[in-house]
Design a protein around this ligand. Sequence first.
Ligand SMILES: Cc1cc2nc3c(=O)[nH]c(=O)nc-3n(C[C@H](O)[C@H](O)[C@H](O)COP(=O)(O)OP(=O)(O)OC[C@H]3O[C@@H](n4cnc5c(N)ncnc54)[C@H](O)[C@@H]3O)c2cc1C
Length: 461
Amino acid sequence: MLNENSIKGLKTSLRGRVIEAGDKDYDEARKVYNGMIHKRPRLLAYCADVADVIHSVKFAGDNDVLLAIRGGGHNAGGLGICDDGLVIDLSRIKYTRIDPTARTVTVGGGCTWGDVDHATHVFGLATPGGILSTTGVGGLTLGGGIGHLTRKYALTIDNLLSANVVLADGKFVKATADENPDLFWALCGGGGNFGVVTSFTFTLHPVDTVYGGPMLYGLNEATDVMKWYRDLIPSAPDDLNGFFAFLTVPPAPPFPEHLHMKKMCGVVWAYAGPQTKAEEIFKPIRAFKKAALDFVGPLPYPALQSMFDAVYPPGLQWYWKADFVNKLSDEAIAQDIIFGEKLPTMHSTMHMYPINGAAARVGRTDTAWNYRDAIWAKVMVGVDPDPANNEKTIAWARSYYDALHPYSAGGAYVNFMMADEGEERVKATYGDNYERLVAIKKKYDPDNLFRVNQNIKPTRE
Ligand SMILES: Cc1cc2nc3c(=O)[nH]c(=O)nc-3n(C[C@H](O)[C@H](O)[C@H](O)COP(=O)(O)OP(=O)(O)OC[C@H]3O[C@@H](n4cnc5c(N)ncnc54)[C@H](O)[C@@H]3O)c2cc1C
């Protein structure tokens, strides 16, 4: 049990600051990206280095305290924070070390994707991350990592070379394909179940200017657009990525006034091939139908990566449901259109991210990520700044999911799940990799110290 002496001991052993309930900045410190989450931890340890992480992990184990790990704090389910326990906050472990010759980057466990893109872009290099610059590298990577480069360079985990990890017993280890390979395998999709990752090393690719941005159409054309998109993505060249979306046009520049607040559908494109070929690649796309808005063109990769940051600042109310999708039947599309027309608020949206191409050429048991044969990771997102609209956004996301889940592949991307989706859903997501994950969890975290996550229990029921 926690007492003042043990808390004092933690404080003196850390370089970083420990914030307690009652401190003047406590309420600020306990905020996470999703404004719907209101957890009240007993302590937040702002770890300054690996030693701080080791002390904090041992403190949680020794005192039997619930432990949460906060990387970027972006998890919609609020899995970076907990009630009553200790939060290891990694935001001070923020550094990037690039080796442009070897084409690798090592990043601290508290980096965001904006930090990584900033460090690598100056060398004309990038590694696949997510579509917002504010998302944490930690949670996104450990869950898999989907973004604009997925079809060309696969998932973020497919570009992970090594991770430095503080284990449940406080030991510090390196995990690579050759060193602690079982741990490395589990980290590649198994989430924060196995330890605190204090640094990640990724391989880099030549990505500088990309040809991308949104191309939007009226909802009256949504059936045609979805069918065309469904047929195009499975055989598109790897260089071309494009996620489908239902959205409402924000009432602000650079969007033309006549489209403000209009519900639309479209594709956010990212072509990462030779830029001299980009116009040619987009000829048939533009010939398919004249888009009501075509913002697709050459832009620096980090500009695409942060294009939606302003629309989604921290503190909005988020609730989402997700599925993997293999086939998009006409019947399913008809259902999608019904819910696209009913987007409940301006920020609410539906995204279908392609996960075929390079990501599908990795074997389903090569990493913990099991759905290598799915074509899309789909997420139905209810968002609004006002908590008064939560009932409406949650009801929409749930009914959308209920209607479309029967057409899905079964599981869902762990990073697109809320906190309370249940063990069966986690099992469905890991499929035949689940048993191996349980065995590795048993080896590295037999007491389930790391359980504020999409939990893989160390024992079978
Ligand atoms: C607006 C928005 C956009 C998103 N876009 C994308 C996207 O484009 N692509 C995509 O793949 N996902 C995306 N996501 C999902 C995102 O990957 C997850 O929310 C992810 O959990 C965020 O990571 P984080 O470190 O910021 O989260 P946190 O809330 O800090 O942590 C989430 C989980 O990861 C664990 N964790 C975090 N860091 C570490 C670490 N260093 N060591 C061990 N465990 C750790 C935590 O224990 C927790 O269980 C998005 C989410 C949001 C809200």
